[in-house]
Ligand binder design. Structure first.
Ligand code: CU
Length: 552
């Protein structure tokens, strides 16, 4: 018995691989909808590469920032970073921003299998192109699906202007009407063809890498059986169409027909706009191109989907965090979103570093600064986050470091009545609120780190719709995750302090008078500093350099 286990362990250590990627982050021109503009790519290419691995692989991504005008930081959406919270890629939270010209290595285990993605987490940057799928294979999930082949299909909105400028206009009262979307993309193109054979099953991995708007997806003549939400395998649920919000993923299996005499349209519609894409489910390339409009979509209530592992509702929570979503116009021509008490502003010290360096005070949310909307949770607690959404948007809310159970979603503020909570709740990592409604999610504090909870509409992130969950700072201090030297080097490079409270104060850390509390106009700008973009051939407005404190 014991020898058998040893052999198994040896076998799995052979299977687990190290996957190394060398990514030079660069501006490059691209025209996914026929309009040429500068986009952010990797190694002078765009679309950015899909990161593909097997569950348990060690991922090493050597990043060089060659943008020339913006800092960056890469987040691995769907990877919990257990034991490596410093690899979460969130500038001024898990690390300092990677300045122009500097290098930085991400190294972590791809522990969460499924359909995920990676993207810049420097605000207002990923919609300029730096986002792509991250697929982590797991035979124990994929094998039983019995599919002949897998396809990845991303959907996104697309803009001709660069995002920092869009955000700038959106968040100032004088900016005029909201920016208009210029196109919808399917796999970063206008259309894509998925070649199939008759009488087989296929897995489609749908991802929304949108900046702002959701898509509906429907395949003519074929039901879709959902098999995973945000990488979490679920009990099969057959639907006719689905709606996917920014940050979300749906795995679906389709069964192809016996006849090959026609091809079918895959409709991806950018909701609330005139833009859509028509992909081709191709049985035979010689068949006529499919077209037409999809039938009206049938709304899917994802709350009805249960996880494959059958996990029951977690025990009643020890710790409830309630956040109201409100828009406020502030003096100085600013429009900000408040998530809870405050509108998010970056701390001077990355929040994880504050958690590691302020001793017992790290258990007191005050040290992180009210402007990061901090909540400190303790190891083993069951935590409820309650969002009361006071405005007319359906916000896709994403929590880093976890998946969560979704216990309630409905109109109005949450009334506290837990009697209708589902026995076996849906689990995912990005869930949409309803306009003017509430959302209740629950998770266990089992992953020490500094995790953002935010809307995945990127412009809402820039407007401050972000909160910080500081999880088990006492355990972080005991465990002392090893933080490599290159993390500190990029801080030194820009004179960003790496210890102390939100203002970098290492004594009297509860004195936070010097921490940011007032939104500054320039805070609405993207990755700290934006200047003229080299090589722009049609990129619209050239952004002006207005970085906060001149960090690049
Ligand atoms: Cu939002």
């Amino acid at each position: 018995m014991s020898r058998f286990l040893v052999l198994l362990a040896a076998a799995s250590s052979v299977i687990a691989d190290t996957k190394t990627f060398n990514w030079d982050i660069t501006w490059v021109n691209a025209a996914p909808d026929g309009y040429t503009r500068p986009v952010i790519g990797v190694n002078n290419q765009w679309p950015c590469p899909t990161l593909e691995a097997n569950v348990g692989d060690e991922i090493i991504v050597n990043v060089k920032n060659s943008l020339g005008n913006q800092s960056t930081g890469l987040h691995w959406h769907g990877q919990w970073q257990k034991g490596t919270p410093h690899m979460d890629g969130t500038p001024q939270v898990a690390q300092c921003p990677i300045p122009d010209g500097e290098s930085f290595t991400y190294k972590y285990t791809a522990a969460q299998s499924g359909t995920h993605w990676w993207h810049s987490h420097a605000e207002a940057q990923y919609p300029d192109g730096i986002r792509a799928p991250m697929i982590v294979h797991d035979r124990s999930y994929e094998g039983p699906l019995g599919v002949a082949k897998q396809f990845v299909m991303t959907v996104s909105d697309w803009y001709h202007e660069q995002d920092p400028w869009i955000v700038h206009k959106l968040l100032t009262n004088s900016g005029g009407p909201p920016p208009e979307v210029d196109a919808s993309l399917m796999n970063d193109k206008q259309s894509d063809t998925f070649q199939v054979q008759p009488g087989k099953k296929y897995l489609f991995r749908f991802l929304s890498i949108s900046a702002f708007l959701a898509h509906s997806i429907k395949i003519d003549g074929h039901d879709m059986t959902i098999t995973a939400l945000d990488g979490v395998p679920c009990n099969p649920k057959t639907v006719d169409s689905l709606i996917i919000a920014p940050g979300q993923r749906y795995d679906v299996v389709i069964q192809t027909k016996r006849s090959t005499n026609r091809n079918y349209a895959i409709h991806s519609k950018l909701m609330g706009t005139r833009f859509s894409n028509t992909g081709v489910l191709s049985y035979n390339p010689r068949n006529a191109a499919p077209g037409g409009l999809p039938d009206p979509i049938v709304l899917l209530d994802d709350m009805s989907i249960t996880p494959k592992d059958g996990q029951k509702r977690l025990p009643p929570s020890d710790h409830k965090i309630t956040m109201d979503v409100t828009y406020r116009d502030l003096p100085g021509n600013m429009r900000r979103i408040y998530l809870g008490n405050d509108t998010y502003l970056k701390a001077d010290v990355p929040t994880l570093y504050t958690a590691l360096t302020t001793g017992n005070a790290a258990l007191n949310p005050i040290v992180y600064g009210s402007a990061v909307n901090p909540s400190v949770i303790r190891s083993g607690e069951t935590v409820d986050i309650i969002v009361n959404n006071k405005d007319e948007f359906a916000h896709p809310m994403h929590l880093h470091g976890h998946v969560f159970q979704v216990l309630a979603r409905g109109p109005g503020d949450w009334n506290g009545d837990e009697s209708q909570f589902p026995e076996t709740p849906m689990k995912r990592d990005t869930v949409t609120t309803i306009p003017g409604g509430h959302l209740v999610i629950r998770f266990t504090a089992d992953n020490p780190g500094a995790w953002l909870f935010h809307c995945h509409m990127e412009w809402h992130v820039a407007a401050g719709m972000v909160a910080t969950i500081i999880e088990s700072p006492d355990l972080l201090q005991q465990a002392r995750p090893y933080i490599p030297g290159d993390h500190y080097a990029i801080c030194r490079d820009k004179r960003i302090p790496t210890q102390g409270n939100c203002a970098g104060k290492t004594r009297n850390v509860l004195d936070t008078r010097d921490c940011h509390n007032e939104p500054e106009y320039s805070d609405t700008w993207g990755a700290l500093e934006v200047e003229d973009v080299p090589g722009g051939s049609g990129g619209g407005h050239k952004s002006r350099g207005r970085g906060r404190r001149g960090r690049a």
